[in-house]
Design a protein around this ligand. Structure first.
Ligand code: FES
Length: 181
């Protein structure tokens, strides 16, 4: 187990994570792990280091290995640093048939990186992922909470432009999401 003592969450995030466990029956607090990891990731630059995962384990009273197993299974959790703009391009059937490969190649060329890499300035990370459930509007990509659909290469250029001065990391969920539930 790593030293998670140096890891901190805002009091609000810590309270949210603890409250999540109350939604589940006695003994089923592990069910709070997925949203807790989203909160942790959003608060720690868009990725989950071992100490951050250990801190989540501590807050939910789980074994660290239980957290590692889940975090390494789902593609929405990042186990290494990512850019402010995490671009996830769907590469599954519908998107593939409608030009996902061209979209990936275009982004790689524009940013000078390959799938899975981050630009040297820390602005963009490119990741290909499996079906994101928006097959009817293929090809598509996701950045944080936003789906960008019916992509053309021009649209991709505009999206990259929109993110060029971003100061915050894209996130799937934020603490507002949990406050509303
Ligand atoms: S195949 Fe791309 S969203 Fe389903």
């Amino acid at each position: 187990m790593s030293d998670s003592k140096n890891i901190s969450f805002t009091p609000e995030s810590e309270a949210l994570i603890k409250n999540l466990t109350k939604r589940y029956p006695e003994g089923k607090h592990k069910s709070a792990l997925l949203p807790a990891l989203h909160i942790a990731q959003a608060e720690h630059d868009g990725w989950l280091s071992v100490p951050v995962m250990d801190k989540v384990a501590e807050l939910l009273n789980l074994q660290p290995i239980e957290v590692y197993e889940v975090a390494s299974f789902y593609s929405m959790y990042n186990l290494k640093p990512v850019g402010k703009c995490l671009i996830e391009v769907c590469r599954t059937s519908s998107c593939w048939l409608r030009g996902a490969e061209d979209v990936v190649k275009h982004i790689e060329k524009r940013l000078g990186i390959k799938d899975g890499e981050t630009t040297a300035d820390g602005k963009y990370t490119l990741k290909t992922v499996e079906c994101l459930g928006s097959c009817g509007t293929a090809p598509m990509l996701q950045i944080g909470q936003t789906f960008h659909e019916n992509l053309t290469l021009d649209k991709v250029d505009k999206i990259l432009e929109e993110w060029k001065d971003a100061t915050n990391h894209s996130t799937y969920l934020n603490t507002d999401t949990f406050r509303k539930i």
